[in-house]
Design a protein around this ligand. Structure first.
Ligand SMILES: [Mg+2]
Length: 402
């Protein structure tokens, strides 16, 4: 029998920001783009969630729901360093760690010879103590149930802190655990599928588990059969060691006002390509797919992509992105959002230990900084680029004394 852990850092970006600036602790705040630039919430504190704020919501809407909301622009290079550190801690438990996003991973701990709850507690304690971040874990016999268990456990939390939840589903109890949950809790069941299932009288995972595979196949094809399997708590996908996190790198820009200015659009493409290639260089990656995304004023979104031989050449990536833009731009509609991404990433051949040394070095610098700010306060040490942000935050908290 397998023992699979799903780990998810709690309100990750916010937890990092709180660690940097303890004044934010327990406050309503959100990390994301500014409302003036039609930014969206990428992460929000649990205190803000009480007001109905959630991620992917326009920041302006978040502020309407929670007028005292403090907004913090993200510091993604810092988040990446924290993420590296967490993954390094996880790899001390097993080499079978599959990172699925900046703050989520699966671990296959089947070969670790202690009980599921004990290993969960050990992992959580290490992440809490060594990286100083809260995290929630779901543990079960497979990925599907581990992830759903974790979502469920976190979802039970109410309050201003962090869930730091640990939810274990005992082997053999998978279907029982899932039975009363809504079908939406299953992977791959979006609003459309959920409403079609609802019309068929299927609203809980338990309903789905006992539904006729024939009917499901007729309505949803192969996916329907998989859904029935999953509803019964069955999933045989292995944990793939490595990172699916860096399978693509992308960045988007939302214009404050929809634009048809071609120069402006091309400038954005160039700027985003510069950022993306910088991130590729940081991670020593080359890409073999270039993508572009355009969202028109009516929110319709199109993507175009092209393959190339593996490259990290900024000019080449820019040329490819601009030629994709040329195709899409034939329509000349007002653009709300533009994005560029690269995928098909592979590691440049360079001695791995060099890279490891660099990661460790960064981590040490970063840990030292974190310790200094905890011991001597936040004003002692700052990234240059954060000075402006701090000033803004201070002005805001002066306007809204606690
Ligand atoms: Mg998370």
């Amino acid at each position: 029998m397998s023992t699979i852990v799903h780990l998810d850092l709690d309100a990750f970006f916010c937890a990092v920001e709180e660690r940097r600036n303890p004044l934010l602790r327990g406050k309503c705040f959100a990390v994301g783009g500014s409302p003036q630039h039609r930014g969206v919430v990428s992460s929000c504190s649990y205190a803000a969630r009480e007001y109905g704020v959630h991620s992917a919501m326009p920041m302006s809407q978040a502020i309407r729901l929670c007028p005292d909301l403090i907004t913090v622009p993200g510091s993604h290079s810092l988040y990446r360093q924290y993420s590296h550190h967490v993954m390094a801690v996880l790899r001390q438990f097993t080499t079978k760690v599959e990172q699925i996003s900046i703050d989520e991973a699966f671990l296959d701990v089947s070969e670790v010879e202690i009980g599921a709850r004990e290993i969960g507690q050990a992992i959580q304690t290490r992440v809490n103590r060594e990286v100083h971040l809260p995290c929630s874990l779901g543990i079960a016999g497979n990925k599907l149930v581990a992830k759903i268990a974790n979502d469920y456990g976190k979802g039970q939390f109410r309050g201003n802190g962090f869930p730091n939840a640990l939810t274990v589903v005992t082997t053999g109890m998978e279907a029982d655990f899932l039975r009363l949950l809504p079908v939406r809790s299953l992977w791959g069941v979006g609003p459309k599928t959920a409403s079609r299932l609802d019309e068929m009288g299927i609203s809980t995972i338990g309903d789905l588990a006992v539904s006729s595979p024939d009917t499901m196949f007729r309505s949803f094809g192969q996916t329907g059969l998989e859904l029935v399997q999953h509803a019964n708590g069955r999933d045989d996908r292995p944990v793939y060691p490595g990172s699916s996190q860096s399978k693509s790198i992308s960045e988007e820009h939302t214009f404050p006002i929809d634009t048809t200015d071609e120069m402006k659009l091309r400038e954005q493409i160039k700027r985003i390509v510069r950022n993306i290639t910088r991130r590729m260089n940081d991670q020593r990656l080359r890409a073999s797919v270039v993508r572009i995304k355009l969202r028109w004023a009516d929110f319709e979104t199109i993507t175009r992509q092209r393959s190339c031989s593996a490259t990290d050449d900024m000019n080449l990536i820019d040329q490819l992105a601009e030629s994709l833009f040329d195709q899409a731009w034939a329509l000349r509609q007002p653009v709300r959002l533009i994005g560029v991404g690269v995928a098909g990433l592979s590691q440049k051949s360079i001695q791995l230990n060099l890279w490891d040394v660099e990661v460790q070095k960064n981590q040490r610098i970063f840990d030292t900084m974190a310790d200094i700010s905890v011991r001597f306060g936040n004003d002692v040490i700052l990234f240059g680029k954060d000075l402006q942000t701090r000033k803004q935050n201070e002005e805001r908290s002066n306007e809204n004394p606690p």
